[in-house]
Ligand binder design. Sequence first.
Ligand code: ADP
Ligand code: MG
Length: 281
Amino acid sequence: MGEYSAPILTVNNLNKHFGSGCDRCSNAEDRKLDKNYCPACHTVYSCQNIKFDLYPGEVLGIVGESGSGKSTLMQCLYFDQEVSSGEAYLQPYKEGGSNLFDESSQQKRYIRNHLMGKVYQNPVQGLRMRFSSIGNIAEKMIAAGNRNVGAMESRASELLNRVHIPVYRMKEAPKNFSGGMQQRVQIAKALSNNPPILLLDEVTTGLDLSVQANVLDLIKHLQKELKISMLLVSHDLGVIRMMADRTMVMLDGRVVEHGLTDQILEDPQHRYTQQLVHSLL
Ligand code: ADP
Ligand code: MG
């Protein structure tokens, strides 16, 4: 695996809070919170000092209970949310020499369209439900500067074929599709510009178990084939066990444990991780 190469993504001291803070909570060294929440001023500290590396071709799992900050972290990395502070360096962008969060909004759009793909838990966030599936994919390709309609159509059909959407349904809108199919269209869209990094936020949560297994299997296959790096978020340690090479465990906006997935499952260190692992047995 990637342990011997340089990280493709490095994140340092990423912080995101909602609210303006007060005397009680502004000092990161000793803030007195109720989980991630300041009861005095109602500020929510969703991500606190998050730090990790993602290596080429690796799947990094992020697990944690609801509200632990997983989605906020993914939103910050995809520029859906602005960070409160922090750094992220992407090897394929200026050779990792520029903090992405300091870039202009135009450059952020470039990064998001060329270097990343994202699959949302709720397909409504990732797709236009009334556009054709091919059109949904073309939209991301247009955002990356493509103009050749014929080429985009053939690339979109190739991608939809890869995620097992039958040819005769490709012009249909995702609103007509089952939950599992909608996620597969999102995956095709996210892959359309051949990004080196894919962000997946609870992509199988809410699907029937058999459909869930199908979608995870597809993601696993694509990952092996394309050697794409993935950040894969789930509240479900079973999903993480199946998918992730390494895992970080989040609780109340902080990373409380990280390491090889097998090691974490075998010998969890943090009390919260121990509970998670035991509930899996
Ligand atoms: P997870 O994905 O792990 O369930 P989230 O990242 O969605 O967690 O949420 C982390 C915390 O941030 C929660 O306490 C949530 O209420 C809070 N939060 C998320 N988005 C907002 C927002 N736009 N405004 C205020 N609080 C938010
Ligand atoms: Mg979430």
